[in-house]
Design a protein. Structure first.
Length: 677
C-alpha cells in the first residue's frame, strides 16, 4: 500500500516555500532559523525548499552589506549550512551576498546533501523608488561559465546554471531572484525553454498596499506562460522597517494554478508545502508545440547543467495538493458562476450561428425529461429568442417507448410547456413493435427479451423520426448526447442518439450539465415557473428508459457504465493530460476515498456527497479504459458538429481528438493490471 501511495512514484515532487524571521547582519542567528526550517522541510519529504533573498545576512542592511566582517560571517555560515545539509534529501536555496572577482553579488546558493551545487547571481538590480541595489551589487545577467572559490572548493557560478535530478524525471530547477521576475523578459522564461520545470525565487520584495496582488499576478502569469512550477519566498519578520515594510509572502504556483500560500505578516518562521505535478508540466509542454518552437527560436545560451541524485523519500507521506472531485466543475462559487455563464453562452451563440447560416426555419429536438435533452432544449429556446424567432419554431417531441416512466414523461411535458415551445407527443411503440415483428424479434411474439436490439430499435426510431420531421418542417435536428456519453460509447450509432445535424452538448460532460442546469434554475433568468421543473429533472435518477422496470427497479445508467462522477474524473485526466491509469487511480483515491475530503462544489446537494473505496474506483477505471480506448472510437469518428466548451478537452475528430477506430485498450489495461495497491 505505502509504495503505491508515494507521491514521488506518480510524478509529483513536494516543494516548500519558506520565510524566516531574520536578525539584521547576524548570519549565525539567521543560520539557526534556516537550519530549523530546512530540517522541517526535509522531515516533510520536500524535494526543494526555497528561502528568501539575502536571508543569511538580512536584506535591509544597506551599507553593512559591504563590511568584511559580515561577508566573512556569511561565508562561514554557508559552509556550516553545507555540512548541515548532509542530513537532508531536500535541495536548499538560500540568499547570500558573495564576492566574486572583487565584486559583490546578490546570490542564491543551491545546496544538497553536503554539496554546494551552484551559485546563481541576481540578474537585474532594482535601483528605483525605495531600492538601491546597484549601490552595492553588480548585476549578474551576463555572468556565465564561471566558478566561485568558497571554502576551498570551486563552485559553479553564473546565471547559466540549471540543476537536474537524475533520479526524479522532470525535476529540473532554475533560479531567479526577486526583481528578475518583474522585468519584461524574466530569466525564468529562458530557463523554462532550456528545460527547467521548477523555478525558485528567493525574494525580498517590500510590501505596500496592493502589492501582494501584483506578486500573485506575476507568479501566476509566469508559471502559466513558462509552463512550470513557481516557488516564491519573500522576506518578512526582522527586516528593517526604517522606511519600508515586509510581509513574508510565500506561494507555490503550477501552470497558472495556485497550489499553496502562507498567511502574510508572520512573526515566526513559516513554510508552505505543495506537491507539484511534474508529469502535468511535461505533458503540457509536449502538447504545446509552440512552446518548443519558441525555445528553438530564442534559446541561444550555453547552459551548464548540474546533475545530482535527489533520492526522495519513499512511502506514503500524505498529499499536499487539492484534487477536485469534479475537475470539469470549479468548487469556487464565483468561478462556477463564470464557467456556467460561459458554457451556456457558448452553446447558445454556437447554435444561433448554425441556425442563421443554415437557412432553416425551425429547430427539431427530442425531449425525454432527462438532463441532456433538457439542456439542449433550453439552448434551443434561448437561441430562438436571440434570432428573434417565436419559440413555437422550436419543435419539441417527447417520444415514449416501452419503458418510458410516468415521471419523466410528465417532466418532459412540464418543461416544454414552461418554455412555450411547439410541444408534441409521438408514441414510438407501434412503429417499434412493427419493426421488431418484421425482423422476427422474440419480443414481438410476447417473450420478455430486452436485448440490445430491443433497446436500439427504440433509440434508432426516435432519431429517425426526428430527421424525417426536420426534413418535413425545414429544420435541423439538435443533438443532445454529452461528452461523457461519447467518451464511454454510451450512445446508439448511426440513426441513433449519436447522430444529429448539430450537437450543442458534444463538449459538455455530464457532471457539468448537472451543475449548469442548477445554475440556470437559480441564476439563468428563465422565470419562476421553470425553476422547479429544472430542480426536479436534475435530481432524478439517470436512466435511458429502454428496458421496462423489473424486480430490481428502473434501468440505471450508472449501474452499467459507472458513476459519472468517477468517469468524468478519469475522462478529464485522460483527455487533458494523457496520464497513466496508475496515476489516475492515485489521484482518484486522493479525491474520492474519504467522504469529507476536499470542497464540495456549489449547486450540488449536500446529501449527494459520496465516497468510493479503492476497489470500486479501480473497477470503474477499468470499465472506462475498456470502453474509451477499446471499442467506442468509431462513434466519435463520425460525430456531427458541435462546439468545444471545456479546457478539459473535446472529442471532435476534426478538433482535438484523433484516434483510430480499430485501436485497442491493451496498453492502458496492462499498466493498470500491473499496478499493485
Amino acid at each position: 500500500m505505502s509504495a503505491f501511495r508515494s507521491l514521488y512514484r506518480h510524478g509529483f515532487a513536494r516543494v516548500a516555500a519558506c520565510t524566516v524571521p531574520v536578525r539584521l547582519a547576524d548570519p549565525r542567528h539567521n543560520l539557526q532559523q534556516i537550519v530549523a526550517l530546512a530540517h522541517e522541510s526535509a522531515a516533510a519529504g520536500a524535494a526543494l525548499a526555497v528561502f528568501p533573498e539575502l536571508c543569511l545576512s538580512g536584506y535591509a542592511i544597506d551599507d553593512l552589506r559591504q563590511q568584511d566582517a559580515l561577508l566573512d560571517g556569511v561565508t562561514d555560515c554557508l559552509l556550516r549550512l553545507q555540512t548541515e545539509s548532509l542530513a537532508w534529501k531536500t535541495v536548499i536555496v538560500v540568499g547570500a551576498p558573495l564576492v566574486q572577482r572583487g565584486r559583490l553579488f546578490n546570490c542564491a546558493v543551491v545546496l544538497h546533501q553536503g554539496r554546494i551545487l551552484g551559485i546563481v547571481p541576481k540578474s537585474y538590480l532594482p535601483n528605483y523608488r525605495e531600492f538601491y541595489d546597484s549601490r552595492h551589487f553588480v548585476a549578474g545577467v551576463d555572468i556565465s561559465d564561471e566558478t566561485l572559490r568558497l571554502g576551498g572548493q570551486d563552485v559553479p557560478f553564473g546565471a547559466d546554471l540549471i540543476f537536474e535530478a537524475q533520479d526524479l524525471p522532470g525535476f529540473t530547477l532554475g533560479i531567479e531572484i526577486c526583481e528578475d521576475l518583474w522585468v519584461p523578459n524574466p530569466p525564468s522564461t529562458a530557463l523554462a525553454m532550456a528545460g527547467a520545470t521548477v523555478i525558485g525565487n528567493p525574494s525580498a520584495s517590500t510590501i505596500t498596499i496592493g502589492k501582494s496582488e501584483d506578486r500573485h499576478l506575476l507568479c501566476r502569469a509566469q508559471s502559466q506562460r513558462a509552463l512550470c512550477a513557481y516557488v516564491y519566498a519573500a522576506a518578512g519578520a526582522g527586516e528593517s522597517t526604517t522606511d519600508v515594510a515586509w510581509d513574508g509572502q510565500v506561494s507555490v504556483y503550477e501552470a497558472g494554478r495556485l497550489l499553496g500560500e502562507s498567511d502574510r505578516f508572520p512573526v515566526t518562521a513559516q513554510m508552505t508545502l505543495a506537491d507539484i505535478d511534474l508529469d502535468l508540466i511535461r505533458q503540457e509542454r509536449m502538447r504545446m508545440g509552440s512552446f518548443h518552437d519558441c525555445a528553438r527560436a530564442n534559446d541561444h545560451a550555453q547552459w551548464r547543467r548540474i546533475s545530482f541524485t535527489l533520492a526522495p523519500v519513499e512511502g506514503d507521506i500524505g498529499f499536499h495538493r487539492v484534487v477536485p472531485r469534479f475537475p470539469f466543475v470549479p468548487e469556487n462559487p464565483r468561478r462556477l458562476d463564470q464557467d456556467c455563464y460561459e458554457a451556456w453562452t457558448i452553446q447558445v451563440r454556437a447554435l444561433t450561428q448554425r441556425l442563421r447560416t443554415s437557412g432553416v426555419e425551425r429547430c427539431v429536438i427530442g425531449v425525454s425529461g432527462g438532463l441532456d435533452s433538457t439542456l439542449a432544449l433550453l439552448v434551443a429556446a434561448r437561441a430562438a429568442d436571440e434570432l428573434g424567432w417565436s419559440r413555437d419554431r422550436v419543435d419539441a417531441y417527447t417520444m415514449p417507448g416501452f419503458a418510458t416512466g410516468d415521471a419523466s414523461l410528465s417532466l418532459a411535458h412540464r418543461l416544454m410547456t414552461a418554455l412555450g415551445v411547439d410541444a408534441h407527443e409521438l408514441d414510438i411503440r407501434p412503429t417499434a413493435m412493427q419493426m421488431l415483428e418484421t425482423i422476427g424479434h422474440p419480443f414481438a411474439s410476447g417473450a420478455p427479451v430486452h436485448d440490445i436490439t430491443f433497446e436500439n430499435v427504440q433509440a434508432g426510431l426516435r432519431t429517425d423520426f426526428l430527421f424525417r420531421l426536420a426534413n418535413q418542417r425545414n429544420g435541423i435536428v439538435i443533438g443532445t448526447g454529452d461528452l461523457s456519453e461519447l467518451a464511454l460509447g454510451w450512445c446508439t450509432y448511426g440513426v441513433g442518439d449519436q447522430m444529429s445535424h448539430y450537437n450543442v452538448n458534444a463538449g459538455m460532460p455530464k457532471t457539468l450539465i448537472q451543475h449548469l442546469i442548477r445554475w440556470l434554475a437559480r441564476k439563468g433568468g428563465l422565470g419562476d415557473t421553470i425553476a422547479p421543473v429544472l430542480e426536479s429533472i436534475v435530481s432524478a435518477e439517470i436512466t435511458p428508459e429502454l428496458v421496462p422496470a423489473g424486480a430490481e427497479g428502473v434501468q440505471k445508467t450508472e449501474d452499467k457504465i459507472g458513476p459519472y462522477a468517477l468517469q468524468d474524473f478519469t475522462l478529464y485526466y485522460v483527455l487533458r493530460y494523457g496520464f497513466r491509469p496508475s496515476k489516475i487511480l492515485f489521484l482518484a483515491l486522493q479525491a474520492w476515498e474519504e467522504k469529507d475530503r476536499g470542497v464540495w462544489p456549489a449547486y450540488f446537494p449536500e446529501d449527494r456527497k459520496l465516497a468510493y473505496d479503492a476497489a470500486v474506483i479501480r473497477h470503474w477505471l477499468k470499465v472506462f479504459l475498456t470502453r474509451f480506448f477499446g471499442f467506442s472510437q468509431f462513434k466519435r469518428s463520425a460525430l456531427p458538429n458541435g462546439p468545444k466548451l471545456s479546457s478539459g478537452g473535446s472529442l471532435s475528430p476534426r478538433g482535438e481528438w484523433r484516434a483510430p477506430s480499430d485501436g485497442t485498450a491493451a496498453a492502458w489495461l496492462e499498466e493498470l493490471e500491473k499496478t499493485a495497491l
